[in-house]
Ligand binder design. Structure first.
Ligand code: SAH
Ligand code: SF4
Ligand code: F3S
Length: 465
């Protein structure tokens, strides 16, 4: 069945609740604080919630101590992310004692899980409101209930649908997130995401284009298209459109901006996609293509549905069409059953491919996923040793690759303030590498031409030309 949107009627009722909360709050101008864990998808969701809060009359604050409403948008992808969320919420107990009237809310991927709901009900009485990823668009009615009924509200129900037209309060600056699809169908055996985000569903291309035009008009210069597996975009729409078609359509929107996307899955990334990337001038020549492991045996047990050979052929095709492309990837070290030999293959893939950036994770068992019950013989020390070897190998590659930028003239997008006084701004290359820049008349949110003066492992240094 084709993806359903939340009906106009249901959405309208939420706008009615926004007004109702606004009336309750009157001219108090209460303050709201949000804290987001996890991936860009969660950041994009938080921006929607901030949009709703702001229409209700809340002012945003960066200080939880002065907030009347506190929200944690949580991530369940690894144990560490869950521990941090629980730690943060736990630390608010004292605040709640001092100011009983504040509302503490939790939402996102961790909140979507039954076991966490039970835990929060029992052990975190300071939490007034909990809602899952599927209930996000119902936030106004849920908050209204908390404020009027004076009792705890929990909602992890909802369908795999799409809510268009929710308010949004984006971060100011150069960059914006643009969700093109939600959910995931892949069920990689280690991963919790499909369980907490539901099945894949794509937004209609015209809705995405409309939002992109608004973002460009608002001055955003780097727009990142978001989905857990953008390469399967459109499959559920019942119309003849895929991700490469969408890229071409968005590339035709007038304006001076870079388009990025994440994440691609190697089983669905294709030469057609790389041709579209190469031919679209606004699509940044940058690809994040997680391979997770270099061992076919491990890939099979991860249910990734490609081989290391296939992965390498994709990289070769992308590089033949875009010789300067910047490549990054995700790797999991210590998946159950990973042997030293399996790990050597991961290391070899890293050394052969020479990525510009790697995100390496120690495997974290997730309750409810198949891999959580797989036999695991490697000791934590074995895993740590592998992890450190991988980091060291990658650092050597990055040092060499960064050094090659010395003296290059590049177009950069200035995106923030840097820490040091000598190079006061941060910027990104088209390949998404971090650059610290100096020079006269530099403004955040603008493209500049710059020359790289020196390099380090984590950052390039440049002056404006
Ligand atoms: N949809 C994206 C990424 C989702 S999560 C993709 O498929 O690439 C981001 C990364 O977290 C994954 O690529 C994986 O490397 C890592 N990850 C996911 N589950 C994990 C787990 N249980 N333990 C450790 N790392 C994990
Ligand atoms: Fe998780 Fe795999 Fe889906 Fe990525 S593709 S979100 S790793 S199940
Ligand atoms: Fe985490 Fe959910 Fe993203 S589990 S990585 S916030 S989709």
């Amino acid at each position: 069945m084709a993806t359903q949107n939340v009906s106009e009627e249901q959405l309208q009722s939420q706008f009615t609740y926004i007004d109702a909360v606004a009336r309750l709050l009157g001219d108090k101008h209460p303050k709201a604080y949000t804290h987001t864990f996890g991936c860009q998808q969660n950041e994009a969701d938080t921006e929607r919630i901030r949009g709703m809060l702001s229409e209700m009359g809340y002012e945003m604050t960066d200080t939880p101590d002065e907030a009347d409403f506190i929200l944690f948008n949580t991530c369940a992808v690894r144990e560490h992310a869950e521990d941090r969320a629980f730690g943060n919420v736990g630390a608010l107990r004292h605040l709640k004692k001092e100011r009983a009237g504040i509302v503490i809310a939790m939402c996102g991927c961790m909140a979507q899980q039954e076991k966490n709901v039970e835990k929060i009900k029992k052990s975190y009485p300071q939490v007034n409101l909990l809602f899952g990823t599927h209930a996000l668009w119902r936030f106004p009615s849920l908050l209204y209930r908390v404020l009027t009924e004076k009792k705890r509200v929990f909602d992890i129900g909802g369908e795999d649908d799409i809510a268009e037209g929710l308010p949004v309060l984006r971060a100011k600056g150069a960059k914006a997130w643009l969700s093109i699809m939600y959910g995931c169908n892949n069920f990689c055996t280690y991963c919790i995401v499909p369980y907490v985000r539901g099945r894949e569903r794509s937004r209609r291309p015209e809705e995405i284009e409309k939002e992109l035009r608004e973002l460009v008009a608002a001055g955003y210069k780097e727009i990142t298209l978001l989905g857990q597996n953008v390469n399967s975009y459109g499959k559920d729409l019942g119309i003849d459109v895929d991700f490469a078609d969408l890229l071409r359509r968005l590339n035709a929107v007038p304006g001076d901006f870079w388009l990025r996307f994440m994440t691609s899955h190697p089983k669905d990334a294709s030469p057609k996609l790389f041709s579209a990337m190469a031919e679209c001038d606004k699509v940044a020549k940058q690809l994040h293509l997680p391979f997770q492991s270099g061992s076919d045996e491990i890939l099979h047990r991860m249910n990734r549905r490609y081989t290391a050979e296939h992965y390498k052929s994709l990289i070769a095709d992308a590089r033949s069409k875009m010789p300067d492309i910047t490549l990054s990837s995700d790797i999991i070290v210590g998946f159950p059953g990973e042997t030293d030999e399996d790990f050597e293959q991961t290391l070899k893939l890293v050394q052969d491919t020479r990525f510009d950036l790697l995100f390496t994770f120690l495997y974290s068992p997730r309750t409810g996923t198949p891999a959580a019950s797989y036999e695991d013989n490697a000791t934590p020390q074995d895993k740590q040793r592998r992890f450190e070897r991988l980091l060291k190998a990658q650092d050597e590659i990055v040092a060499e690759k960064q050094a090659a930028y010395q003296g290059k003239k590049l177009r950069l997008l200035v995106d923030g303030n840097a820490k040091g006084p000598e190079y006061p701004f941060t910027a990104r290359t088209e390949g998404n590498l971090l650059v610290c820049v100096r020079g006269d008349d530099i403004k955040i949110g603008e493209f500049i031409e710059a020359e790289i003066e020196k390099t380090s492992l984590r950052c390039l240094f440049a002056h404006k030309l």
